[in-house]
Design a protein around this ligand. Structure first.
Ligand code: SF4
Length: 397
């Protein structure tokens, strides 16, 4: 998993320490505060259009998250780790074993009961459950499955459960998770084996991540027993010194070959990881650059999934990165002046979708409006907001 404590929340000490601080008998509420704070960087069920949108918390609880679900719907999830005790060594993760942070775990039974209390009071729609790896991948996966099993079998809970698949979990444990969850995610973290090797000595990219993803893809294929379960994944952006082009290339493979339902991106935040990893060495012009990069990757993801763009349409700079100042659609339009302006009255829907500022909803409105007569100016489309203003310079009437 990708996780990290709130910088304000539990006080990360950047000095590695071999000893682990176990809280002496904290109550469940305090444990939940710690564990939900540590789940905050796992964005596998959230995506916002603004840089900070998917990092917001709900108004009435630190573990209640407003999210966009894999089917596009909006809701609130109860999101936490079951444990933040970890034997892992992932250099980008503040929960790695040698860090001196407050560690604790909740039992599957306790977490199931706490969640149900929120659910029965209609505070949350479903559960997003992850965990660090206290002993072994299988032990962590078994505890996640046990929690979901208590909810499904003992309490007959039929609602939404998103389970993290722990890298390296056995086929049997993964299949059990699929039998219990509505959605599962296993974080790919980096585009390629070499990049992950620079961040962790313990995780094996192919065996622990790619092979289980393939297994999930097979087990959830159309017509199979678990075909209703959605698989998603997440890159940690900027930790491994990877380029945007490398991430986009892998993203294409994840959608095409593994039929991934969604790919998410989580910006690496300097100061949380090991000083030796590339993400800590990166020179940023502005502290927010990594979030802008994350946002640009989401925009590319939308262009590929919803706008008919191909990987070869995406414009990268000489280092293989997306522009931080121009959105990817506008960068493409500027590199193809021969295709503009587009005639608003006779262009096809796919040509209109390529115009910066026009999305699927506006294109539908344009096609409908055209049936009522010729569009003479952008004002004929009603109130002209920023996006239509942007589109106007690429259009003729
Ligand atoms: S396994 Fe790695 S990413 Fe997951 S909690 Fe442990 S150190 Fe962090």
């Amino acid at each position: 998993m990708t996780a990290g404590p709130s910088p304000q929340g539990i006080g990360v000490c950047r000095k590695p320490r071999v000893m682990t601080a176990i809280i002496s008998k904290p109550d469940s509420q305090r444990k939940l505060e710690i564990l939900s704070a540590d789940a905050q960087y796992d964005l596998a069920c959230a995506c916002g259009s603004r840089d900070d949108e998917h990092r917001r918390r709900g108004g009435d609880g630190r573990w209640i998250y407003p999210v966009t679900l894999p089917n596009g719907g909006k809701s609130v999830l109860f999101k936490t780790l079951l444990s933040n005790v970890c034997a892992g060594d992932c250099g980008y993760c503040p929960l790695r074993e040698q860090m001196d942070i407050r560690r604790c775990s909740l039992s599957p039974e306790r977490l199931a009961n706490i969640f149900l209390d929120y659910y029965n009071r209609k505070k949350v729609f479903g559960l997003f459950l992850s965990s660090a790896v206290p002993v072994s991948a299988n032990a962590a996966m078994d505890r996640l499955n046990a929690t979901a099993g208590i909810l499904r079998k003992k309490h007959r809970f039929r609602g939404y459960i998103h389970l993290k698949i722990i890298p390296g979990a056995s086929e049997a444990a993964i299949e059990e998770a699929l039998s219990l969850a509505t959605a599962v995610s296993l974080n790919i973290e980096t585009p390629g084996e070499k990049k992950l090797a620079g961040l962790s000595n313990k995780k094996n990219y192919i065996q622990d991540i790619i092979e289980p993803m393939k297994l999930i893809s097979r087990l959830t294929a159309r017509g199979s027993r678990y075909s209703k379960v959605k698989q998603t994944t997440q890159f940690i952006v900027g930790a491994a010194g990877e380029s945007d082009a490398e991430i986009v290339k892998y993203m294409g493979g994840l959608y095409d070959r593994l039929r991934m339902h969604r790919v998410y991106f989580s910006a690496y935040q300097k100061g949380l990881g090991d000083e030796s990893i590339p993400g800590e060495q990166a020179k940023l012009e502005k502290p927010t650059d990594m979030f802008t990069r994350e946002h640009r990757l989401y925009q590319v993801d939308f262009l590929l999934r919803k706008y008919g763009f191909r990987e070869s349409d995406i414009v990268f700079d000489r280092k293989g990165n997306l522009s931080l100042t121009l959105d990817p659609k506008e960068a493409w339009a500027r590199s193809h002046p021969e295709l503009f302006p587009v005639n608003m009255n006779c262009a096809s829907d796919s040509e209109l979708l390529r115009v910066p500022g026009l999305g699927p909803v506006t294109v539908k409105r344009i096609l409908k409006r055209r049936k009522a007569g010729r569009i003479r100016s952008i004002e004929d489309m009603g109130r002209v907001g920023g996006r239509l203003q942007k589109a106007e310079k690429y259009l003729v009437f």
